[in-house]
Write a protein that binds this ligand. Structure first.
Ligand SMILES: Cc1ncc(COP(=O)(O)O)c(C=O)c1O
Length: 450
């Protein structure tokens, strides 16, 4: 694979913004209004049936999850987040009249792991556990999975290891769930990972391996170590179908939430979804699910830090290329630790080719300003990565590229009745001292803009 930057195919203005780490918007010329029901990715195809299978697996484990995680007792083991109207935030974001309505999908409050990564991470650990449980006769197919909480079952699962490479939040999700089920759990953390996330995992009996390099290096180290242990399952954030399908199950729940809140999704009422993106698995899984269940009038955009736009450079590159942000002279340094990824998942990128509407980038200072606006208007505590989506509506209305997309897609004509959904992807577990630091920085950014 080459890593050449495709100068000839890129709008030169966009390329200049990218290189200079200025916010930019890329829209996808290959998006299809009516994509095939089964889509190819890395040599296999996936469809809505796979999303339903993931949702069914999560449901089969709900009883067990409620037993091993006291915080899930109230929801009977269901790990879900609310859909919150965010009208109060619209003035702070500078919205004009006629821009439609803003909602947030509050994955920052997802229990157990505190981030969007709980969805995929939990699903993959449960899929591994289910395979072993059936193989060892610990449960009957579709039987009562609470049997896995018994000491005898935990002893069997404890012979196996689950490993993962992460910038922090996937590690949190995999580590916490795997160790709660009795697995040996190992998390390879990139240099970006925050100390408190490592401490929290260690307190739960998870082995944390610290790497001086970036996310890609942490994943590679984990993959290599796992290859030498036949009893180790490596959760591969760069190419895992199980992770991606776990994320995609969110679409089924969101579909119900939209209906409950009377939000229509049709040609007159487009739904525009803004999703923070790291390697791409989480936003791609959700986009895959949403496009399957909601059809052509849902438009998904990924949001990345200006120094880590790995998904944007991947989508701009030709087939067979796998560029990194370093190829563009960028540093991959960002306070949005969950999004600090230099090279996109090829699984996510291939799957998104016919589905995604575009990708935009956000400066770190803007993330902190959004974090404070969300606190002040809604009282919600999010982490910097989770704030990336809030720049989406302004990128559409206030940039030439956004306005061109609004015209070309037809969304502009229905904008007054649009629903904007910003996916807030993490924050619940951020310790207070760290959070207050985020707020201080955000207030300083806002004061400098006043
Ligand atoms: C808070 C948060 N948001 C978004 C993402 C992006 O997920 P992905 O890396 O699958 O694109 C991450 C990844 O760790 C994250 O931690």
């Amino acid at each position: 694979m080459t890593t050449a930057v495709p100068q000839t195919t890129v709008d030169s203005l966009l390329a200049a913004c990218l290189r200079n780490a200025q916010p930019a918007l890329w829209s996808n010329p290959a998006r299809q209004a009516q994509p095939a029901a089964a889509l190819p990715a890395l040599g296999r195809t996936i469809s809505l049936d796979d999303t339903h299978a993931a949702a069914a697996r999560l449901a089969r484990f709900a009883g067990l999850l409620a037993e091993v995680f006291p915080e899930l007792a109230a929801t009977r083991g269901v790990v879900e987040s609310p859909l919150l109207p965010a009208d109060l935030l619209q003035p702070a974001l500078g919205w004009a009249e006629g821009q439609g309505r803003l909602f947030i999908k509050a994955d920052h409050s997802l229990p157990v792991a505190g981030s969007i990564k709980a969805r995929g991470g939990m699903h993959e650990v449960l899929e591994f556990a289910e395979g072993l449980a059936l193989q060892h006769g610990l449960v009957e197919p579709c039987g009562d999975y609470r049997a896995l909480a018994t000491p005898a079952a935990r002893e069997v699962l404890g012979r196996y290891q689950v490993a993962v490479g992460s910038t922090g939040n996937l590690g949190m999700s995999i580590g916490v769930v795997a160790s709660a089920l009795g697995f040996q759990a190992t998390v390879h953390m990139s240099a970006d990972a925050k100390e408190w996330k490592k401490d929290r995992l260690r307190q739960r009996g998870v082995q944390v391996v610290e790497h001086a390099g970036d996310y890609e290096r942490a994943v590679a180290a984990g993959r290599a170590e796992a290859a030498s242990n036949p009893l180790c399952h490596f959760v591969d954030d760069e190419q895992s179908f199980s992770l991606l399908l776990g994320y995609s199950a969110a679409a089924l729940h969101l579909q119900k939430q939209l209906a409950e809140q009377g939000v229509a999704v049709d040609a007159e009422h487009p739904l525009i979804v803004y999703l923070p993106c790291g390697v791409g698995g989480a936003p791609a899984g959700i986009t895959f699910g949403l496009r399957q269940v909601l059809g052509p009038h849902v438009f998904c955009f990924f949001a990345e830090p200006v120094q880590s736009p790995c998904f944007m450079v991947q989508m701009m590159a030709g087939q067979g290329e796998h560029p990194s942000v370093y190829d563009w002279g960028l540093t991959n340094r960002t306070e949005a630790d969950g999004l600090a990824v230099p090279r996109a998942s090829l699984l996510a990128a291939e799957l998104m080719r016919p589905l995604l509407s575009g990708v935009f980038t956000v400066a770190d200072d803007t993330l902190f300003a959004h974090l404070v606006r969300v606190l002040d208007a809604l009282g919600e505590r999010i982490e910097p990565s989770a704030a990336a989506g809030f720049s989406g509506p302004a990128m559409l209305t206030s940039t030439a590229a956004g306005q061109a997309w609004l015209r070309a897609s037809g969304v502009g004509a229905a904008f007054a009745h649009a629903t904007h959904l910003v996916w807030t992807t993490g924050g619940l577990l951020v310790p207070d001292a760290q959070y207050q630091g985020f707020v201080q920085r955000g207030r300083a950014v806002l004061a400098a803009q006043a």
